[in-house]
Design a protein around this ligand. Structure first.
Ligand code: 13P
Length: 250
């Protein structure tokens, strides 16, 4: 069944004290407003604090990344088992910042996808075109190839663990959102691509989030589109008032 989801990607923001404060404020606030499933993704050092703080809450905790190997000599990396051992069962993979600044390719992401699924984790799989792709009318082809090469090797039965997040790179942190029509057009295209590769049921059941400068003043019209099932929120998820306003816009 398709779910409404609002996820906050905190990126490299908030130290431990700030994380604790935001979490307790969110817990107090979202108890009242939330109809959607709410997920927050603090940085690695604050994940344990987040799962402890949110134990009694319906808000879920996601990691922003993980390594594809089970364990071993990978200095600075974090494994699926480490995440699961602190009750983090969801991971964001394929964020455009990971692709652009850390060289994550579709091939690498397909390995991370396999590892996360082998551990029974839920994946928020991110993808989206750059400005030059949209200007050259290549955006559908780019999105299709990111999906095919990074994700479409999975089995039909594994789709229940997938949340998709369409994040056009030109809209991330820029204050420029895709229009609700542009988001709807791409989300409908994504579903039709899934129908071709899998089937109607999978395409209809998967939640597709939009990400890129979602704010309290534009969330409602974006979320109102039939193929938009929620949002992956960056900057506006760092403030309790703006994030809870976005959650209540669903
Ligand atoms: P902004 O909401 O800050 O544009 O970030 C979106 C994003 O990258 C979420 O993953």
């Amino acid at each position: 069944m398709r779910k409404k989801i609002v996820a906050g990607n905190w990126k490299m923001n908030k130290n431990l004290a700030e994380t604790g404060e935001l979490l307790s404020n969110l817990k107090a606030k979202l108890g009242k407003v939330s109809e959607a499933e709410v997920i927050v993704a603090p940085t690695f050092t604050n994940l344990y604090r987040a799962t402890e703080e949110l134990k009694s809450s319906s808000v879920k905790v996601a990691a922003q990344n993980m390594h594809q190997a089970e364990n071993g000599a990978y200095t600075g990396e974090i494994s699926a088992d480490m995440l699961k051992s602190i009750d983090v069962n969801t991971v964001i993979l394929g964020h455009s910042e990971r692709r652009a600044y850390f060289g994550e390719t579709d091939e690498l992401l397909s390995q991370k996808v396999n590892t996360a699924l082998n551990h029974g984790m839920t994946i928020i799989f991110c993808f989206g075109e750059e400005l030059q792709d949209r200007k050259s009318n290549n955006h559908f082809a780019v999105v299709e190839s990111q999906l095919k090469n990074g994700l479409f090797h999975i089995d039909t039965s594994q789709w229940k663990n997938i949340i998709l997040a369409y994040e056009p790179v030109w809209a991330i942190g820029t204050g420029e959102t895709a229009s609700p029509e542009q988001a709807q057009e791409m989300h409908a295209f994504i579903r039709s691509t899934i129908v071709k590769a899998y089937n109607e049921t999978i395409a209809n059941d998967v939640s597709i989030l939009y990400g890129g400068s979602v704010k309290p003043n534009n969330a409602e019209e974006i979320f109102a589109k039939p193929d938009v099932d929620g949002g992956l929120i960056g900057g506006a998820s760092l403030d309790v008032e703006s994030f809870s306003a976005i959650v209540s816009a669903i």
